[in-house]
Design a protein around this ligand. Structure first.
Ligand code: ATP
Ligand code: MG
Length: 570
């Protein structure tokens, strides 16, 4: 049964089975197990190590590992490393770190390149069966003779080469006797097929490039469409789950398995790709951002990479609930970034301790507060979770408040501090602004206020009410800190035709300086806090030192975004 649901104002098709408890892939898996077609589910997550993983990969990870977990199966982490020019060990390591961070353990760790010899032998088998031939045409000629959706392709002149000649040439290709692009090995299928993937696809190409795993051993490399099904079959994968753009390759996938006479037969199923608004998602473009220095590396907190999201402060749990909310949709569709933020907020709300931090400070002197007096005031660590208890924050005669919480000439309905007005200091007292101190340029540099000792928070004072409550940090114990405030990386939607630097949102990073309280003196990297009235922040793991604390804004407290209820299925 196919359903449609409105998500973020967009129609998204969702596959749901009749019982309503599974998505279509889980339905297939459970059927295969029931009929005994499959004894144990084996899936794989097969990234190419040509970049860091992004949030789109998280969807594939949760589907592959999640399904295997639910059905007592196994999942391999397999590096699909068949393109030596783009691959690197740095990526191999980063990918493992990211998968583990999401909470998954792979059963087998494999490299496609470990199967190069077997793949070569299977290609030889194809040649011997008359199902593959060496073609001398250039890449351009191959493209031109391939035909189009409305035009048939043309047979290559080399299509009728004898088996012996093909075996000999393929061996010479392997021996390194030809230059890059001089020859390819092609499958002999059907140049008139309506499916372009079946028009004698290239199986092997020549590339004299050192490989991160096999070094100089090979100078011919298998193409993805040939290598992937073989990798799945070699590993005993039962359900090969990939994104929708591979749907048209499925007949070729099955052809390779069949004609190469693989003893184990895996099956391919496709699900919709995850695309996020206002960001770049392919590794190729993310790499460009890094290489052009437009971001601070792959783990820049604005990046949609898993390492960027981790550094920003997103938790694996929030990524999981976000991905689960999206479901295994059959069609792709763009998802609003705010949906990810919504899940982060939900998760952090329950676990992040509250504290007060002042991002753009303005000094306040409480003139009637005794000079040497210091008080310790109680503050709930997390009003959402009483078990987290209370902590004490210091209060004394001089404090910092936010510049934004004061206006000399307030607009209507401004309930924060202005001359003559009284507000509550969170967890403390009412204060009233009496005097504004300015520097030579006329900038407000200090406020002089009075407090009312009767109005202490928790004292039950009911004498009068104030409309505004503002937060603060005690000057004596305040610790300077840096705050990095983030907005979406791109100003609008991604556009392949525009240079990346023109697409970057100039406000995507704002750096501010202010103060945190003494309660955060010993913060550790990657700890998450809610700065009340601001949002959730993460202690930056890369640039925080004992003397210089850096906080990354994960998400602000509020969003205009409303999630639809009830939520869609997994
Ligand atoms: P990219 O274009 O970002 O490099 P890719 O598909 O080439 O993506 P791979 O490393 O080949 O990246 O991907 C590993 C697995 O993750 C594949 O099965 C792929 O289908 C899946 N995947 C990649 N991007 C997404 C996405 N946006 N949504 C869901 N799955 C994805
Ligand atoms: Mg790729």
């Amino acid at each position: 049964m196919e359903l449609t649901t409105l998500r973020n104002g967009r129609k998204v098709e969702i596959m749901e089975n009749i019982s309503g408890s599974n998505d279509f892939i889980r339905e297939i898996v459970s059927e295969d197990l029931k009929t005994g077609h499959v004894k144990q589910v084996v899936t794989r997550f097969p990234p190419e190590p040509n970049g860091y993983l992004h949030i789109g990969h998280a969807k594939s990870i949760f589907i592959n590992f999640g399904i295997a977990q639910e059905f007592a199966g196994k999942t391999n982490l397999r590096f699909d490393d068949t393109n030596p020019l783009k691959e690197d060990n740095e990526y191999v390591n980063a990918i493992q770190e990211d998968v583990a961070w999401l909470g998954f353990h792979w059963d087998g760790l494999y490299f496609a390149s470990d199967y190069f010899e077997e793949m070569f032998q299977r290609a030889v088998l194809l040649i011997k069966k008359g199902k593959a031939y060496v073609d001398d045409q250039t890449a351009e000629e191959l493209r031109l003779t391939r035909g189009t959706l409305t035009e048939q392709g043309q047979d290559s002149l080399y299509r009728t080469r004898t088996i012996d000649e093909n075996l000999d040439l393929f061996d010479h290709m392997r021996q390194g006797e030809f230059g890059d692009g001089e020859r390819v090995l092609r499958a002999k299928i059907d140049m008139t097929s309506p499916n372009l993937n079946l028009r004698d696809p290239v199986l092997y190409r020549i590339s004299h490039a050192p490989h991160h795993n096999t070094g100089d051993k090979w100078c011919i490399y298998p193409m993805y469409a040939f290598a992937h099904p073989l990798e799945d079959a070699i590993e005993g994968v039962t359900h090969s789950l990939c994104t929708l753009e591979f749907k048209d390759q499925r007949p070729l996938y099955d052809w390779v398995i069949r004609e190469c006479e693989m003893p184990h037969v895996p099956h391919q199923y496709e699900f919709g790709r995850l695309n996020l608004s206002n960001t770049v998602m392919s590794k190729r473009n993310l790499k460009k951002l890094v290489d052009e220095g437009l971001v601070d590396g792959w783990d820049d907190p604005r990046m949609p990479t898993l390492s960027g999201l981790r550094r920003r402060g997103f938790t694996p749990e929030s990524i999981r609930s976000f991905v689960e909310e999206l479901g295994v949709t059959v069609t792709g569709g763009e998802v609003d970034y705010k949906l990810l933020e919504y899940h982060a907020r939900q998760d952090l709300n329950l676990r992040a301790p509250r504290t007060m931090a002042v991002i753009r400070p303005l000094k306040v002197v409480i003139t009637n507060y005794p000079e040497n007096q210091v008080e310790m005031l109680d503050m709930e660590v997390n009003p959402e979770d009483a078990s987290m208890g209370t902590k004490q924050v210091q209060f004394s005669r001089e404090i910092y408040i936010e510049q934004e919480d004061f206006m000399e000439v307030p607009p209507p309905k401004y309930h924060r501090l202005y001359p003559g007005n009284e507000v509550r200091l969170k967890n403390a007292y009412f204060i009233k602004c009496n005097e504004v101190v300015k520097d030579n340029q006329g900038n407000v540099v200090e406020l002089r206020c009075t407090y009312d000792s009767e109005t202490k928070s928790g004292s039950g004072f009911t004498g009068r009410k104030v409309k505004g409550t503002i937060h603060w940090v005690d000057c004596k114990t305040a610790i300077p800190a840096e705050f990095r405030l983030y907005e979406p990386l791109l100003a609008g939607e991604f556009d392949e035709n525009k240079p990346l630097e023109q697409l970057i949102n100039p406000d995507s990073l704002k750096v501010e300086y202010g103060y945190i309280g003494a309660d955060l003196k010993n913060v550790k990297i990657q700890e998450k806090y809610q700065f009340i009235r601001h949002g959730f922040f993460n202690v930056d793991p890369k640039e925080t030192t004992t003397d210089h604390k850096v906080f990354n804004l994960i998400v602000s407290l509020k969003s205009s975004f409303k999630i639809e209820q009830p939520s869609a299925k997994r």
